[in-house]
Write a protein that binds this ligand. Structure first.
Ligand code: DCP
Ligand code: CA
Length: 385
């Protein structure tokens, strides 16, 4: 089922908070930054000031030169933190899955939450209305099936906007936009892409992955995938993930069982290590396979008992991989593992099962060696270097 992700961003945040406290400033060029006589930069500019060429990050002295009639206000962070807390509380009333980004923006996974409202758009309008009623602030909302498209959508509809990219419409939406709109494409990458005659997202999406990977390495794989409207990142509250996942994209699509197994083992070790660092056990193990044609499948299994052992995770993941390979033999470009249903690591009865206990000791010892001597210092027997 397609996900429904919102990216919500308050408009001209610092400035808008100041305008709520002093409504006379509404509709005027207002700049929050600091004392223009001293060194400092623009933190937030009202849309009226932006029309006169002011933007965040520009020196305040330059801003004053360009726009002497503007009202300059020194940033008052406690006000912005208060507004931010209330903003996040409102969002929490609409979905349990929130990922705040800084003070004034957040991703919401609202899959299934829209039903009582009739549509994602109506749910977004309800959120905007609450924000306006309670905080007197305006927000812009991007709606899409993944984070990257939702974020680009919210940026395009600012201020006080709402833009929904229908499932399946991602590529048409992205194609004409400049590559700089993609997260991960900074000034340098933008210029390097220009030298390759790539200036729109559509042009980037149509270049073979190998070319982009060759040029930009790992980030190339990410931006190429974003350009195709593919973004599997989940909406997760920082610090308390509901799942842990890792994936690896192969240099060349492959059906070589030894390579697939070795990579699967490595990915399982990585998620296992993070799981134990967080002092958790997982009840659910899932694998994700992406084939050469970008078709992506997920297969998952629930364990009888929550575990944090590499071997349990790997054996389960391998079982899922074998089943998937038996059903479909197409070259694979990406393999990933996600463990979820995380529970606390209370001692459980099966801890007295000596085999499991031995494995846990073994995992602990391997990790100690890795931390001390580096990740390649010790590997399980079947690993490929
Ligand atoms: N901020 C800052 N310095 C920057 C950029 C931003 O201090 N270089 C602060 C002030 C902004 C807040 O973070 O109000 C949010 O940043 P945004 O990029 O979302 O900018 P705004 O909310 O001001 O404007 P927009 O309407 O474009 O979201
Ligand atoms: Ca903002």
């Amino acid at each position: 089922m397609a996900r429904c992700i919102f990216h919500i961003d308050l408009d001209a945040f610092f400035v808008s908070v100041e305008q709520v406290l002093n409504p006379k400033l509404k509709g005027k060029p207002v700049i929050v930054g600091g004392d223009p006589e001293r060194r400092g930069v623009v933190a937030s500019a009202s849309y009226e000031a932006r029309r006169l060429g002011i933007h965040a990050g520009m020196p305040l002295s330059g801003a004053r030169h360009l726009c002497p009639q503007a009202t300059f206000i020194r940033a008052n962070f406690s006000r912005y933190r208060d507004a931010s807390t209330k903003f996040m509380e409102i969002l929490a009333d609409f979905s349990p899955q929130i990922e705040p980004l800084g003070l004034d923006e957040a991703y919401l996974d609202v899959t299934g939450c829209e039903e009582p409202y009739g549509s994602p758009e109506k749910l977004a309008l309800a959120i905007k209305e609450r924000i306006h009623k309670e905080l007197k602030l305006t927000a812009s909302v991007g709606i899409a099936t993944c984070k990257v498209v939702a974020k680009i959508a919210s940026e395009l509809c600012k201020p006080d906007g709402l833009l929904e990219v229908a499932p399946g419409g991602e590529q048409d939406f992205l194609n004409p936009l400049p590559v700089a709109k993609l997260p991960g494409v900074g000034k340098k990458t933008e210029q390097a892409l220009k030298r390759m005659d790539i200036s729109t997202i559509g042009e980037l999406a149509s270049v073979p992955l190998d070319v982009v990977r060759e040029q930009f390495g790992a980030i190339g794989i990410v931006i190429h995938s974003y350009a195709k409207g593919i973004d599997d990142r989940r909406v997760e509250a920082p610090g308390e993930p509901k799942s842990i996942s890792k994936q690896i994209t192969f240099a060349k699509d492959s059906l070589d069982r030894r390579l697939l197994e070795a990579n699967l083992r490595w990915v399982c070790q990585e998620v296992g290590e993070e799981l134990r660092c967080r002092n958790k056990r997982a009840k659910c193990v899932a694998i994700r396979l992406r084939y050469a044609d970008f078709k992506t499948i997920t297969r998952q299994l629930t364990l009888k008992e929550a575990s944090d052992g590499n071997q349990v995770i790997f054996t389960t993941a391998l079982q899922l991989l074998n089943k998937a390979l038996a059903q479909q033999r197409k070259p694979i470009r990406l393999i990933g593992v996600r463990i979820s249903n995380l529970v606390g690591k209370e001692k459980q009865l099966h801890m007295f099962n000596s085999n499991i206990e031995k494995l846990e000791h073994l995992n602990g010892a391997i990790e100690l060696i890795r931390r001390k001597y580096g990740p390649t210092a010790i590997k399980m027997g079947k690993d490929i270097t």
